[in-house]
Design a protein around this ligand. Structure first.
Ligand SMILES: Nc1ncnc2c1ncn2[C@@H]1O[C@H](COP(=O)(O)OP(=O)(O)OP(=O)(O)O)[C@@H](O)[C@H]1O
Ligand SMILES: [Mg+2]
Length: 456
C-alpha cells in the first residue's frame, strides 16, 4: 500500500518527461526543416542568378559571333582557316565565290585540295613555317570547281587558341588578276604623268626660249634703229657730197662753189661725219656685245665689273635714244661731271637706254617735252633719277610695269619687255634696284639705284 503513491508519482514524472522530450523533438524537427528550406532557397536563388548570367553571356557570345561572321563575309580577300593538320575549318564567302564551292563542302578537307598540285610541296611546308614563326607570302594558283587555275597572292600566318597555343593557320589571298589590273592602271597613270611632265618641260623650254628671243630682239632694236638713223644720215650726206664734187669737177667758179658749199651744209656735214661713224661703230659694238651675251647664255659666266664714270654712260645713252627719236625734248642734266661706280657698264647702259626710250615714247605728243636726269649719292648707292613730263603712269599700272609683256602701247609698237629686262638687270646683275612713281609735278620718275661697289 505504501508503494502506491510512490508509484503514481514516478509515472507522472515519466509522463512529464516523455511529453517534454516529445516537444523538444518537435522543436528540433521544425528548425532542421527551416534550415533545409532556407538552404534550398539560397541554392535556388543562386541557380536563377547563374541562369541569368549564362543567358547574358550566351547573348554576348552570339553577338560576337555575328560580328565576326559579318566581318569575315564582308572581306573581299579570300580567307581559309585550318587546324594545325591543314584541315579546313572555315572559309569566307569570297573563297566560295572564287572557286565555286560552298563552305560546307570544304569543311574538313585538306587545304592542299584547294590549290594546284604543283604547289603541294610548298603547301606541305606551311605548318613547319608557321611553327618557326615566319609569315608565308607567295603566289600560287587556286583550283576552281571547274578545274580552272586562278592565280592568287597568298599570305599564311599562325592562329593561336585562348591559351596562346598554336592551333592552326589562317590563309588570306587576293586574285592576282585584280592586282595586275591595279598595277597596270598605276603603270599607265605613271607613263601618262611622265609624258605630261615632258610636255610641260618642253613647253616651259619653248616659253623661255620665246622670252629670250623676244628679249634679244628688243635689245637689238635700239642699236639697230640708231645705226639705221646714222646710215640714213650718211646716205643723205653722200648725195650732197656727190653734188658738190660734181660741181668741183665741172669747173664751177669759186664763188658758186662757196655758195653751193653753204647751201648743202658741207661744213656741218664734215663735222657730223665723225660722231656719226663713231656712233655707228658703237652701235655695232653693242650688237656684237648682245650676240656675245647670247652665246654666254648657254655657258653663263660672270660679266666683267669695272670702275667707270657714270656720266659719259648717261650722255651716251641719251644721245643714242635721241638720235633715233622723233621727239626732241629739252634735256636737263642735274649731275656732276664725274661719278665713279664699280659695276657692269654694259648693263647700266642697257637699263638707261630702256628708261630714256620709255620717257621719250611717253612724251610723244607733248608740246614741250622735258627729260630731267639727276644723279645723287644715297648712302652706298648712286641714284639715277629719270624723270619726264609725259602723262605719267596710271595708279593701277604702277605695280604692273615691271611684269613681262606688260605694255600700253599699240599692238606691234611695244613688246612690254623693256622694264622687265631692266628690272632683272638692275636687281640681279647690278645688285641695285629700280623703282617707279609718278612725280608731283606730273610725269613718271624712275629711280635706278646702283651700289658704289659691287660685291662680285
Ligand atoms: N616714262 C613712262 N611714262 C609713262 N608710262 C611708262 C613710262 N615708262 C614705262 N611706261 C609704261 O610701262 C609699260 C611697259 O614699259 P616697257 O618698257 O616694259 O614696255 P614698252 O615700252 O611698252 O615696250 P618695249 O618692250 O618696246 O619697251 C609701257 O607700255 C608704259 O605703259
Ligand atoms: Mg619700253
Amino acid at each position: 500500500m505504501n508503494d502506491q503513491p510512490h508509484q503514481s508519482s514516478s509515472l507522472t514524472i515519466q509522463a512529464g518527461l516523455a511529453s517534454e522530450l516529445h516537444q523538444h523533438n518537435r522543436q528540433l524537427d521544425d528548425s532542421a526543416w527551416i534550415e533545409v528550406v532556407q538552404h534550398m532557397d539560397s541554392i535556388y536563388a543562386d541557380l536563377v542568378h547563374y541562369q541569368v548570367e549564362l543567358e547574358e553571356k550566351n547573348s554576348a557570345l552570339e553577338d560576337a559571333q555575328l560580328f565576326i561572321q559579318s566581318v569575315i563575309s564582308s572581306i573581299s580577300d579570300i580567307l581559309i582557316v585550318c587546324n594545325i593538320n591543314g584541315e579546313i575549318q572555315q572559309v569566307n564567302h569570297a573563297l566560295e565565290e572564287v572557286i565555286g564551292t560552298t563552305a560546307e563542302e570544304l569543311s574538313g578537307k585538306p587545304i592542299s585540295s584547294l590549290f594546284s598540285k604543283k604547289h603541294l610541296g610548298l603547301i606541305a611546308e606551311f605548318p613547319e613555317h608557321i611553327r618557326s614563326g615566319s609569315l608565308i607570302d607567295c603566289q600560287i594558283e587556286l583550283i576552281s570547281s571547274d578545274q580552272k587555275e586562278i592565280p592568287m597572292a597568298i599570305n599564311c600566318c599562325a592562329r593561336f587558341d585562348h591559351e596562346n597555343r598554336l592551333s592552326g593557320m589562317v590563309v588570306t589571298g587576293r586574285p592576282l588578276g585584280e592586282l595586275r589590273k591595279a598595277y597596270s592602271a598605276l603603270h599607265q597613270a605613271h607613263e601618262k604623268l611622265k609624258t605630261v611632265n615632258l610636255q610641260l618641260i618642253q613647253s616651259e623650254k619653248m616659253a623661255s626660249l620665246g622670252r629670250l628671243v623676244a628679249g634679244v630682239a628688243h635689245e637689238l632694236n635700239n642699236p639697230i634703229s640708231f645705226l639705221y638713223a646714222n646710215m640714213y644720215a650718211l646716205k643723205n650726206y653722200q648725195q650732197k657730197f656727190k653734188t658738190y664734187i660734181d660741181a668741183v669737177h665741172a669747173n664751177t667758179s669759186h664763188d658758186q662753189l662757196q655758195k653751193l658749199r653753204s647751201q648743202l651744209g658741207i661744213d656741218a656735214m664734215m663735222d657730223d661725219i665723225n660722231p656719226l661713224v663713231e656712233g655707228s661703230v658703237e652701235g655695232a659694238e653693242r650688237i656684237s656685245e648682245i650676240v656675245q651675251n647670247l652665246r654666254k647664255f648657254t655657258t653663263p659666266q660672270e660679266r666683267e665689273k669695272q670702275s667707270f664714270n657714270l656720266i659719259p654712260v648717261i650722255k651716251r645713252a641719251i644721245s643714242w635714244v635721241l638720235k633715233a627719236a622723233k621727239t626732241n625734248p629739252e634735256v636737263i642734266h642735274n649731275y656732276p661731271t664725274e661719278f665713279y661706280i664699280t659695276n657692269n657698264e654694259g648693263y647700266v647702259h642697257q637699263i638707261l637706254i630702256n628708261l630714256i626710250q620709255n620717257a621719250i615714247d611717253a612724251m610723244d605728243h607733248k608740246d614741250q617735252p622735258q627729260l630731267i636726269i639727276t644723279v645723287n649719292k644715297d648712302n652706298n648707292f648712286a641714284q639715277l633719277h629719270i624723270q619726264d613730263n609725259g602723262p605719267g603712269i596710271k595708279q593701277q599700272n604702277l605695280v604692273k610695269v615691271f611684269d613681262p609683256f606688260f605694255t600700253t602701247r599699240a599692238v606691234g609698237s611695244g613688246t612690254g619687255l623693256g622694264l622687265y629686262i631692266s628690272y632683272g638687270l638692275a636687281t640681279e646683275q647690278c645688285q641695285g634696284d629700280l623703282t617707279v612713281s609718278n612725280h608731283k609735278q606730273g610725269g613718271a620718275e624712275f629711280i635706278l639705284s646702283l651700289p658704289l661697289e659691287i660685291d662680285k
